[in-house]
Each structure stands twice: as C-alpha cells, then as structure tokens.
Design a protein around this ligand. Structure first.
Ligand SMILES: Cc1ncc(COP(=O)(O)O)c(C=O)c1O
Length: 416
C-alpha cells in the first residue's frame, strides 16, 4: 500500500465529485470537509482518488504526529492484528500491563485509565475528579465543581459541551450537565476567585488548540499549579492535542515547568491508526475507583496497547520532540514574516503548531484553505478567520518550506 501508487488510485477511483456528493447525501452534516477525497497517504503526503498529491499541514488535529503510515506503528499494528485484538477488560492480555506501566512512566505518574476517544478521556477525568472530591477531599454530595476556561475545546459529548463557550457546540443540545464554572483563559485573578471549598479540579488545555492555538500568558500555568496545590484542587491538563511531542516537549506543560495532577491524553497516542486515549495520574487519585464504576469495552484493547506502546517507545528517545522544536522554530521564523504583508494580523503557537489570524482582506480562513488546497496544501480553518497549522512532526524541512511558501503566495494575493 505504501508508497502510494497514483496509477492504482486512479483505476480504483470513482469520480471524486460523486464521492463528495454521496458523503453529503448519506452522512449527518456535522462537518464541512474540504472537497478532497483521500485514497492513500505516506508521511506528510496524501494522495486523492484522482492521483493528486497534497501536503498535510493538519495531521489529523495532531493525531498523526508520527505521520501517515509510520512503518514502526504499522508493523506493530500488523503484528498485533495476527495475535489478539480484543479481550474486553473482562480478561487481561499480555500488552496491557506494559501499556499502563510505560505510559504512567512517560508521564511521571503511577496509574492509567485507558479509554478510546479524547472526549471519553475528558469525561473520565471529570468522573475521576468528582469521585476524588467526594471520597478524598470530602466535598458534600452533589456539590463538586470543576473550573474550566472560556474558549475551551474538550470534545463533543453532552457533559463536555455543557462547559463549552462555543454557541455552535452547545445550541440545541441542552439541558446541560451542571457542576462547571467558566473563567477567562489566562486570567489568574478570575481563577483564584472561582475556587471554593467545593472545587475538585481545574481543567485546562495548556495551549487552546481548537480556539486558534492560544498560548496563555507566561507564568499563568505555574501560578494555577501553585494555587490548585494550595487549595487542594486537582490540576487536570488536557494534553490531547498539545501533548506527545507537538510543542517540542512531550507535554506542553513542561515549557512552564508544570506537572499537573492528571494528564488527559488521546490523538497521537493511537499513532493515527486507531483511537487510544487515557487519563494518567497518581494512585491516590485514580485509585479511588472500584470495579464496576467506570469502563469501556474497547479501552486498553490489545491492538490499541500494541500501537500505543510503540508510540511511547518513540517518545521516550526525545527525538520527535527535538524535531518538533527545531522545525517549529523554522516554521515560526517563516510565519513571523507574514504580519508585515498586512495579510495576517497575528501568529501564535509553540513547537510545530501555529494559529494564524488572517486579515479580512485576504478572505475567510475557509477561502484561504480552499486556495491552499488548489495548490496542494491542506490546512484547517477555525473560528472564521484563523488557520491552524499542525504538520506531522516527521515532515521534511523542504516540504515544510514548500508548504509555507504556498501559504505566503496565497496570502500575498492582491487585496480584493
Ligand atoms: C484538547 C482536546 N480535548 C479533547 C478533544 C476531543 O477528542 P476526540 O475528538 O478524540 O473526542 C480534542 C479534539 O480536538 C482536543 O483538541
């Protein structure tokens, strides 16, 4: 299957337009994808059903940190496919202990609660914090509060959207789950005032990805860490998008020397092959659960563990983090030129991750994404005027430079 063979893709291809139309007709319209129909992929490159190639500067929202079809990960998956793929948690399997032990070790923690998707892991973190609050902190029954930040994105389930501030994510999906308090992101005073004796956790993205790669003010995360420690509140870091190498460190929290009480992980943990997520924390926190209180048929399955173990092994060397840091500097040097053109109003980010706010004169972020698609580069717009760049961390320097040149060319277009 790899490397992609455009000839083979062409013969197998139905007309791309028909495939777009069929997807629109038969899939609930919860997304508005770019009209590209991918057939194969390798590294940082995608090939569509008609043999056109595209540079992937989104990487599955960071799920593909190790690139498409990563050989080590594919081989680990293939080998496990031939052995055993699912036991459910009713029985143990021979990859399970290693997965929990090695993931806990990578995080500097003690215990792992394995799940599948990111939103499920966030839900699991919420349940963990509440249970810890009632059983350890001794918060009165039904009174537990979790403080979250405005502009957050933690997933799409009913409880998770209950504490979203995005009207699109919330409208018409109530009634909402109570027990959350929202404070402005980066505002320490608001955070301090929000904490009460019933607060069990603060749940934050160390960098808000979906919101446009928003980096909080320097010192904010350490101050929240100190405050939560003082007030006996759990600091829960949702590193589903920011973690596992993206920012040039294993965790984005590390840039500020912060160790949270709980990591919530997903996306790249499954190597872009299958959904693998987890809550990782101390035994004092995750040890609050008793059999029957939480679970998942697929969480911690052998195939997931085999792939995740390979992901963990690759992260352990620190090579991918170093690469993200190096390429990230290169990318941010190039992006820093853009505001002078007047086409861009702001660039943010850390490591190989950036949010680029577009000036109205260049069109919407969706329009710019479509122009980039026509040039063979795929990115994702967010919130109307922001482009999010998150290339696979394995991208070559030459490909990254070429992709950024295409962006500069599109943005250099004459004012409309
Ligand atoms: C920070 C963060 N948390 C949670 C999620 C939800 O993950 P999933 O889509 O796997 O449910 C995402 C997805 O983008 C995310 O970025």
């Amino acid at each position: 299957m790899f490397p992609p063979d455009p000839g083979e893709a062409m013969t197998a291809a139905e007309d791309a337009e028909d495939l777009v139309a069929a997807a629109e007709a038969h899939c609930a319209p919860t997304y508005r994808p770019l009209p590209v129909v991918v057939a194969t992929a390798e590294g940082a490159w995608l090939t569509d059903v008609e043999g056109r190639r595209y540079l992937d500067l989104l990487a599955g929202y960071s799920a593909l940190n190790f690139g498409h079809g990563n050989r080590r990960l594919v081989e680990a998956a293939k080998a496990q496919l031939e052995r055993v793929t699912l036991t459910s948690r009713a029985f143990l399997h021979d990859r399970f202990a290693a997965f929990c032990t090695e993931l806990a070790e990578l995080c500097g923690m003690e215990m792992v609660l394995p799940m599948n998707t990111g939103a499920e892991a966030v839900e699991s973190a919420v349940k963990t914090a509440r249970k810890w609050g009632y059983r350890v902190k001794r918060v009165p029954a039904e009174m537990a509060k979790i403080v979250v930040a405005a502009g957050n994105f933690h997933g799409r389930t009913t409880t998770v959207i209950s504490f979203s501030t995005d009207p699109e994510a919330r409208a018409d999906f109530g009634p909402y789950t109570p027990g959350f308090q929202i404070v402005p992101y980066g505002d320490l005073t608001a955070m301090r005032e929000a904490l009460t004796e019933n607060t069990v956790a603060v749940l934050l993205e160390p960098i808000q990805g979906e919101n446009g790669v928003i980096v909080p003010p320097a010192g904010y995360l350490p101050a929240v860490r100190e405050l939560t420690r003082e007030r006996n509140v759990l600091f829960v870091a949702d590193e589903i998008q920011s973690g596992l190498g993206r920012t040039g460190r294993t965790f984005a929290c590390e840039h500020e020397g912060v160790v949270p009480d709980m990591y919530v992980l997903g996306k790249a943990l499954g190597g872009g092959i299958l959904p693998v997520s987890a809550v990782v924390s101390s035994a004092a926190v995750l040890g609050v659960f008793r059999p029957g209180e939480h679970g998942s048929t697929f969480g911690g399955n052998p195939l997931a563990c085999a792939v995740a173990l390979e992901v963990i092994a690759m992260l352990r060397t620190g090579e991918i983090q170093a690469r993200a840091a190096e390429l990230g500097e290169r990318m941010h040097r190039a992006l820093a030129q853009l505001p002078a053109t007047g086409a861009v109003t702001a660039v943010r980010g850390r490591g190989l991750w950036a949010g680029v706010d577009l000036a109205p004169r260049v069109g919407t972020a969706r329009e710019v994404s479509e122009q980039l698609m026509d040039r063979g580069v795929l990115v994702k717009d967010t919130h109307g005027a922001t482009l999010r760049l998150a290339p696979p961390l394995v991208i070559s320097e030459a490909d990254l430079d070429w992709g950024l040149e295409q962006l500069a060319a599109v943005l250099g277009a004459e004012p409309r």
